[in-house]
Design a binder for this molecule. Structure first.
Ligand code: MLC
Ligand code: AMP
Length: 471
């Protein structure tokens, strides 16, 4: 099997040869070493009996092993199932149950599992299952194919004119459309040398930008917030961005003011774009042309969009093949005439530029660019018998976009309970899922049908408290 996606990557590998493909700290791997390492891994998998269509759950931190794994899995026709090493145990267990992986890669070790034969896949060339929280229940698995990845990431990186002369600094987590999709796959499709940073740190990022004369940087709006804070404390740092030719933002709304402040300090006009796990990147400001402040841009050439009652709906080849093993949930995500309903509220100006105006669903939160399902946190809180009712919501926040907050109805000493609950959440969940504000109420607001009115809670301005929780 050699899909068009693979052919494009193979041709970049050929052209790249002894040039560096990925760096991390003092380690580096050239394009030909990437090629050879993936050939060896592929032989190991085949010896172990892994077949095309088998899932490989990949719980790897940012490392050079990660692009090797991505390439190997694409070449073998295996389905790459990325998961953050910091994910909660419940989320990992759920993902394992959902995808029944043939192999799990964790802490450098591969374990192989016997699985009953998987149902024949209706889609050709399945490639990735991205875990994403939904409006109800545990995270779903978004299935992308070689075709959708090429249509989505290929078209975007072409629009942005990524090329082998570029150098990207990549400090995003490598499990989503943003870091894994554009950052890693985009680099392979365009032959872009990429320096990986194990975590986002403003000073280290600036130093890496200057050291490598980097041309590309992609960030979530929280990263730009933190960079601006650094530049405003000491403008010397902003000079580190002077060699950049493209700084992009996405995963949450950047905001016109942040764009303008960043431009004033660095001379870089951030290019904002919009996407989703399910659709890949569908809307982008132009690389050449008017990058409108406050706008996510215009639909990509191979994407069709329409706005129904304020909601953005999309169609095109970059869309997912469906939610893994959840045909009914997949069907419900589309309109009757087969448009994917994003749940995002948008407005369009006279030139077709789109502006994000909020989300329909309040059952997931965007914080620091992470999509956080409220259900998983509510379940965790309800495990304590003193909690009678709970609603987790996102409260607006300048730095994080939204912060996670919980309103509870409880029995007994509320203050002691909150401290215990906050501590429990910190033990089980990664930082972005920690609850930052708490509200104790006599009852949760409900409508006539008994449904909790989360929107009312979001606008409940008073009474939310921060807790000081001992680590
Ligand atoms: C961390 N902190 C938070 C928080 N996360 N506070 C409020 N809300 C949050 N979400 C706090 C910590 O508790 C800590 O506080 C301090 O901030 C620093 O924590 P950290 O873990 O070191 O944070 P940091 O590394 O600065 O993380 C920020 C970040 C990270 C922006 C780098 O969240 C990140 O990598 N986000 C990217 C997510 C992403 O890639 N999304 C793409 C999805 S794809 P204290 O008090 O302990 O110091 C998608 C599609 C598309 O959306 O269109 O792209
Ligand atoms: P995810 O499933 O994690 O990929 O998150 C997708 C969601 O991120 C979208 O539905 C939007 O709500 C949000 N998003 C992505 N890009 C932007 C943007 N430029 N502006 C506003 N929201 C965005």
């Amino acid at each position: 099997m050699n899909s068009s996606l693979q052919s494009l990557i193979n041709s970049q590998i050929q052209k790249g040869g002894q040039r560096v493909a990925f760096r991390l700290g003092h380690e580096k791997i050239t394009w030909s070493e990437l090629d050879q390492a993936s050939t060896r891994r592929l032989q190991d998998y085949r010896k172990a009996g892994v077949k095309p269509g088998d899932r490989i759950l990949c719980k790897l931190p940012t490392s050079l092993e990660l692009p090797i794994a991505v390439l190997t899995h694409l070449r073998g026709g295996f389905i790459h199932v990325p998961v953050a090493p910091t994910s909660s145990q419940t989320a990992v267990t759920h993902l394992i149950e959902l995808t029944s992986p043939r192999c799990i890669i964790e802490e450098g070790i591969r374990t192989f599992h016997e699985i009953s034969p998987s149902p024949a896949l209706a889609v050709p060339d399945p490639a990735w299952i991205l875990s994403t929280s939904g409006t109800t229940g545990m995270p779903k698995g978004v299935l992308h194919t070689h075709r959708s990845l090429l249509a989505g990431i290929g078209a975007l990186t072409e629009l942005w004119e990524w090329c082998p002369a570029d150098h990207q600094i990549l400090a995003l987590p490598l499990f989503h459309v943003h870091g894994l999709g554009i950052g890693i796959l985009g680099a392979m499709l365009r032959g872009v040398e990429t320096t990986l940073l194990p975590r986002f740190d403003t000073a280290q990022l600036c130093q890496a930008m200057a050291r490598h004369k980097a041309t590309l940087f992609m960030g979530v709006p929280t990263m730009y917030y933190q960079l601006l804070k650094l530049f405003e404390e000491d403008p010397v740092w902003s000079e580190h961005f002077h060699k950049a030719r493209l700084c992009t933002a996405g995963s949450a709304a950047l905001g016109a003011e942040r764009l303008q402040r960043f431009e004033a300090l660095t001379g870089q006009r951030i290019l904002e774009r919009y996407g989703m796990s399910e659709t890949l990147i569908t809307v982008s400001n132009p690389y050449r042309g008017d990058r409108r402040s406050g706008s996510m841009g215009v639909p990509l050439a191979n994407v069709q969009t329409r706005i129904v009652d304020g909601e953005l709906q999309v169609r095109g080849r970059a869309l997912m093949a469906g939610y893994w093993n959840q045909p009914q949930v997949t069907q419900a995500a589309y309109s009757e005439d087969d448009w994917f309903r994003t749940g995002d509220q948008v407005e369009e100006d006279a030139d077709g530029y789109l502006y994000h105006r909020g989300r329909r669903s309040i059952d997931w939160i965007k914080s620091g660019g992470w999509r956080i399902g409220t259900h998983e946190l509510e379940e965790a809180l309800l495990r304590d018998s003193r909690v009678e009712e709970v609603a987790v919501v996102g409260l607006p926040d300048e730095e994080w976009g939204e912060i996670v907050a919980a309103a509870i109805v409880c029995k007994g000493d509320a203050q002691q309970l909150l401290i215990e609950l906050a501590h429990g959440i910190r033990q089980q969940f990664p930082r972005h899922q920690h609850i930052r504000r708490w509200l104790v109420v006599q009852q949760l607001p409900r409508n006539a049908m008994g449904k909790i009115q989360k929107a009312q809670l979001k606008h409940h301005a008073e009474g939310w408290q921060r807790l000081k929780v001992p680590s």
